[in-house]
Write a protein that binds this ligand. Structure first.
Ligand code: NAP
Length: 254
């Protein structure tokens, strides 16, 4: 189905972290197609270069920067390069996360607990500390959480807990950054990306995941991008501190 999209981000500058593939790249593409000047980033130069090329081929104005979100110099560099190139920041999407273990919480090693906290939660705070002085009046922050944040269990328990923390961080930042900056959150369901391969590559496990949704399908990166773009746009100008679950009707909350 051909999708009609608007130009809600004309003249805006948007940073999306962890954005050289999957959900992050789809968000960058959506914001770019709607007129934003984009900054994409991830850990590997090759991935950054390839993603920049893809977006340029779609007519998007894009800058690519290497940024491992837990590296302080690279975080600083990401914001500095954005401001050098575009002069301001209107939209900041924090999308990086890891899920390095399937162990139960009580068996998760301390180094893994630290890594989960550092990448999934702390890096968002530190990046926003760098970005805040450049955020414009009317700007918008979107954090990418997960449906697992509503019910952290099983193989995704500790990862889920870090995603629950993002729901709280959304509320805290919304209060702190109001009224000039809105802060919202997207909680995706299952999306068949590299990150979710362990669920979606096995046909039987994939079917179980599909059946957990009311809409009987997995999500797409474009579904997540549409929700993120809505929250980042002026269409959501009276929404802050909220989490939008984009999970085909999977159970989250009342
Ligand atoms: P993905 O397709 O595997 O893409 C991950 C992206 O992040 C890549 O561009 C990767 O590039 C980059 N990256 C990885 N570690 C990074 C780091 N430390 N610093 C900077 N960039 C990093 O993943 P995805 O499924 O799109 O996931 C994106 C977000 O959605 C995550 O927050 C995840 O928790 C959330 N989410 C996903 C699902 C799902 O089912 N897929 C469900 C709920 C929530 P490099 O390798 O070059 O760094």
């Amino acid at each position: 189905m051909a999708m009609k999209i608007g130009r809600r981000f004309q003249g805006k500058v948007a940073i999306v972290t962890a954005s050289t593939q999957g959900i992050g790249l789809a968000i960058a593409e959506r914001l770019g197609l709607e007129g934003a000047s984009i900054v994409i980033s991830s850990r590997k130069q090759k991935n950054v270069d390839e993603a920049v090329e893809k977006l340029k081929n779609k007519g998007i104005r894009v800058l690519g920067v290497v940024c491992h979100v837990s590296n302080p110099q690279q975080r600083k560099h990401l914001i500095q390069k954005t401001v050098e190139e575009y002069g301001k920041i209107d939209v900041f999407v924090s999308n990086a996360a890891v899920n390095p273990t399937v162990d139960p919480v009580l068996q998760t090693q301390e180094s893994i607990l630290d890594k989960l906290w550092e990448i999934n939660v702390k890096a968002t705070v530190l990046l926003l500390q760098e970005a805040a002085p450049h955020l414009q009046k009317g700007s918008s922050v979107v954090l990418i959480s997960s449906i697992a944040g509503f019910n952290p269990q099983g193989a995704m328990a500790m990862y889920g807990v870090t995603k629950t923390a993002l729901l709280g961080l959304t509320k805290a930042l919304a209060a702190e950054m109001a009224p000039d900056t809105r802060v919202n959150c997207v909680a995706p369901g299952f999306v068949p990306t590299h990150f979710a391969e362990y669920i979606t590559k096995d046909e039987a496990v994939r079917k179980i995941a599909e059946e957990k949704t009311l809409l009987q399908r997995l999500g797409t990166p474009e579904d997540m991008a549409a929700a993120s773009a809505f929250l980042a746009s002026d269409d959501a100008c009276y929404i802050t501190g909220e989490t939008l679950v984009v999970a085909g009707g999977m159970p989250s909350r009342l």
